[in-house]
Design a protein around this ligand. Structure first.
Ligand code: PHE
Length: 355
C-alpha cells in the first residue's frame, strides 16, 4: 500500500509542476482532493486490508492529503504572484517614451484663474497662506463668531466627518470638511505677528443641491488684512484694483449691505457682468449669466468683527482689519465666459480643451 501512496505523491508532484494556470490547478485539486480521493483510496484495495493496516494507511493517507493541500496553496500563491507581475510588466508606462507636443495638456481654467489672482495679489504685497481642508468646528465656526446653534450655521451646509470619529470628540473639536476658507483667517491671526496681509486660495466643500451655480466642491480665495488704521476704503480699493486687473479696466464693482457673523459691517460684492457688459442684454435677449441684472455676485467681504480679533488676542481698539472671500469658480466663469461653474467639474474634454 505504501508503494501506492508514494506513487500517488510522485504523480501529484509531477502534475503539479507543469501547471501554469489557476484553472488547471483547481482541476488538479478536484482530482486529488475532491470526491475522487476517496475513490482512489478504495481502489488501492483498502477493503482487502486488515483493521490494523487500514488504520496505518488511514493516518498516512491523511498526512498525504494535508501535504497536497499545502502544495496546492503555495502553488496557487505563486501563480497569483506571477499573474500580478505579468500584469505590472504589461501595463507599466514607459515615461521616457517621446510624445507628440500636441498632447502636452494645459492648466484647468480654475488653476489658471487662481494663479492669475495670486499674481495680482502678490503684486499688491499679499502673502499666500494655506490651511487644512479637514477643519475643526472651532476654526470653521466658533472662532468666527458662529457658535453652536447660531442660525448662521445653516448658511454653510456642512459635511461632518463620520459620527464614529466625531462622537468621541469634545464640542469645538469635531471635524468637518471646511465650508469656507475663512478658518485660515483665525489660524493666521493666531500664529502671525501684525501687520497681516494674506490670501488663502483653494478648496472648500458644501452639502449642496447641485445646480448651475452650486457644486459640493468648489474653490474660494480668502483675503485678510489686519493692522493699524485699516479701513473699509482699503477694502474697496483692493477689490476694485484686483477686479479691474483681472477682468478689464471697464469692470465696475457694486457693494451691497449684507450680514456675516465674522465681519461688521459686511457687504456682498458684485461685478458688472462680463458677458453683456453690464447691460443685462445680449443681442436683444436677456443675459443668462446675470439673469438680465447686469451684475454677478462674486464675493462676501467686510471689516473683521471686533469679537473675532479679540478671540485671536488682537486688541480691536488699536487694530482693525478687512476680509473677503471670493468664489474662484465664479470668477473663472466670468473670465472665460462659461455659463455654469458645474461645467468645470464634468471632465469634458470638449469644454476643457477650449482653454
Ligand atoms: N466665508 C464667507 C462665505 O464663504 C465669505 C466671506 C469671507 C465673507 C470673508 C466676509 C469675509 O460665504
Amino acid at each position: 500500500m505504501d508503494v501506492n501512496l508514494t506513487e500517488l505523491e510522485k504523480r501529484f508532484l509531477s502534475e503539479l509542476e507543469v501547471i501554469e494556470s489557476i484553472g488547471a490547478l483547481e482541476l488538479l485539486e478536484a482530482d486529488y482532493l475532491g470526491k475522487k480521493w476517496k475513490l482512489k483510496a478504495i481502489l488501492w484495495g483498502i477493503k482487502d486490508m486488515s483493521i490494523e493496516e487500514k488504520k496505518q494507511i488511514g493516518v498516512k493517507a491523511n498526512e498525504l492529503k494535508n501535504s497536497f493541500t499545502d502544495f496546492l496553496v503555495s502553488k496557487k500563491e505563486a501563480l497569483k504572484k506571477a499573474l500580478i507581475e505579468k500584469r505590472v510588466q504589461e501595463e507599466s508606462i514607459d515615461v521616457t517614451l517621446s510624445y507628440s507636443s500636441k498632447m502636452r495638456g494645459h492648466k484647468h481654467p480654475i488653476s489658471h484663474t487662481t494663479e492669475l489672482l495670486e499674481d495680482i495679489f502678490i503684486s499688491l504685497g499679499f502673502k499666500i497662506e494655506d490651511g487644512p481642508q479637514i477643519e475643526d468646528e472651532r476654526h470653521n465656526f466658533d472662532m468666527l463668531n458662529i457658535p453652536d446653534n447660531h442660525p448662521a450655521r445653516d448658511v454653510w451646509d456642512t459635511f461632518w466627518i463620520s459620527d464614529e470619529i466625531n462622537n468621541h470628540k469634545n464640542p469645538g473639536e469635531k471635524l468637518l470638511l471646511r465650508t469656507h476658507t475663512s478658518p485660515v483667517q483665525i489660524r493666521t491671526m493666531l500664529s502671525q505677528d501684525l501687520p497681516i496681509k494674506v490670501i488663502v486660495p483653494w478648496r472648500v466643500f458644501r452639502y449642496e443641491q447641485e445646480d448651475a451655480r452650486h457644486t459640493c466642491n468648489f474653490y474660494q480665495l480668502e483675503g485678510l488684512v489686519v493692522g493699524e488704521g485699516v479701513t473699509f476704503w482699503d477694502l474697496k480699493w483692493t477689490l476694485d484694483t484686483v477686479m479691474k486687473e483681472l477682468l478689464g479696466k471697464k469692470t465696475e464693482l457694486r457693494f451691497r449691505p449684507s450680514i456675516f457673523p465674522f465681519t461688521e459691517p459686511s457687504a456682498e460684492v458684485d461685478v458688472s457682468c462680463q458677458i453683456c457688459g453690464g447691460t443685462g442684454r445680449v443681442w436683444d435677449r436677456r443675459c443668462s449669466m446675470c439673469s438680465g441684472t447686469g451684475w454677478v455676485e462674486l464675493l462676501g467681504a467686510g471689516m473683521v468683527h471686533p469679537k473675532v480679533l479679540e478671540g485671536c488676542g488682537i486688541d480691536p481698539m488699536k487694530y482693525s482689519g478687512f476680509a473677503f472671500g471670493m468664489g474662484i469658480d465664479r470668477i473663472a466663469a466670468q473670465r472665460f465666459w462659461v455659463s455654469s461653474s458645474r461645467m468645470f467639474y464634468q471632465s469634458k474634454l470638449k469644454m476643457n480643451e477650449q482653454f
